[in-house]
Design a protein around this ligand. Structure first.
Ligand SMILES: Nc1ncnc2c1ncn2[C@@H]1O[C@H](COP(=O)(O)OP(=O)(O)OP(=O)(O)O)[C@@H](O)[C@H]1O
Ligand SMILES: [Mg+2]
Length: 270
């Protein structure tokens, strides 16, 4: 009798684990979806980000971009998917501590690797590290925080082919490539390359005036754009999330109120 009971409990546990894994593989209208890790967000975008897509999370300072990304990796890690976080500005320890403060224990999952790019100014070298780490760990989720940092590096170093020197066509005819056109090409190739790595990526960027990024280009190239904002209303800080675009997805439109508390970012109300 006792034995049967034990068996039943074990069976149930396996089922629960299976369910968890299935949950990250939601297929809606034939498109495999990757859960966002933000409570309430999957429901707005047909179950999650389309697999292998590149999503831009844009917002002003302190709007929660980093936390949004850490939650994304944590959600995957809990379900067995390895995640890589590429940072240019913050120390891995600080990121882990910040996440822990809201109850996100990245270390406990053993499936999130934070890589800080320091003293590396060569974009191809960064890409090489990224590709090696993705392959080595069979990573499914990737975060680049921020794409602005990579863009600045790319525009400073000619090794990525960002050559703005004039092109001589024939005697008397010269065209000078515009820096913006070159950045566009770099970002276009980068996004295409990220998709080829079979990971689902979140890029962060700083929103500026009407633009969602520094150069105003990546928002047109990325498959999805999510805008985070924070505004003081009286002495209350109102935080909002707006899905600007999501290819292959019907968006339950509008701006949603979000909160940051224990458990991280979650959608509170519309
Ligand atoms: N426990 C908490 N309760 C409430 N708010 C919190 C808590 N922990 C962090 N926050 C808030 O969450 C925000 C986290 O910001 P995060 O670092 O993710 O933003 P960011 O957009 O990446 O900022 P930056 O522009 O500096 O990169 C901070 O503004 C902070 O005030
Ligand atoms: Mg940040």
């Amino acid at each position: 009798m006792k034995k049967t009971l034990k068996k039943k409990v074990e069976k149930k546990k396996i089922k629960e684990d299976e369910k968890k894994i299935v949950e990250t593989k939601v297929i809606e209208n034939g498109i495999e979806r990757i859960s966002t890790g933000i409570e309430g967000l999957d429901e707005i975008i047909e179950g999650g980000y389309p697999k292998n897509s590149v999503i831009l999370v844009s917002g002003g300072p302190g709007t929660g971009k980093t936390l949004f990304c850490l939650q994304y990796l944590y959600n995957g890690a809990k379900n067995g998917e390895f995640g890589i976080y590429l940072t240019f500005e913050e120390e891995p320890k600080d990121l882990k501590d910040a996440a822990k403060r809201v109850g996100i224990d990245l270390e406990a999952t053993n499936k999130v690797k934070i890589i800080k790019i320091e003293n590396i100014v060569d974009v191809p070298q960064i890409i090489k590290i990224l590709e090696e780490e993705i392959k080595k760990n069979d990573a499914k989720r990737l975060v680049i925080d921020s794409i602005s940092s990579l863009e600045i590096l790319a525009s400073t170093f000619p090794s990525v082919g960002l050559d703005v020197s004039p092109i001589k066509l024939k005697e008397g005819y010269v065209i000078t490539p515009q820096k913006e056109a070159i950045i566009r090409k770099f970002l276009y190739n980068l996004v295409k390359y990220l998709r080829s790595l079979k990971v689902t990526t979140i890029l962060t960027s700083e929103a500026q005036n009407e633009k969602y990024s520094r150069s105003g280009v990546i928002e047109f190239i990325a498959d999805g754009v999510i805008k985070l904002s924070a505004e003081a209303v009286g002495n209350v800080l109102e935080r909002n999330l707006f899905v600007v675009k999501m290819r292959k997805t019907k968006i339950e439109g509008g701006s949603y109120r979000i909160s940051i508390e224990k458990g991280g970012i979650r959608i509170v109300e519309r």
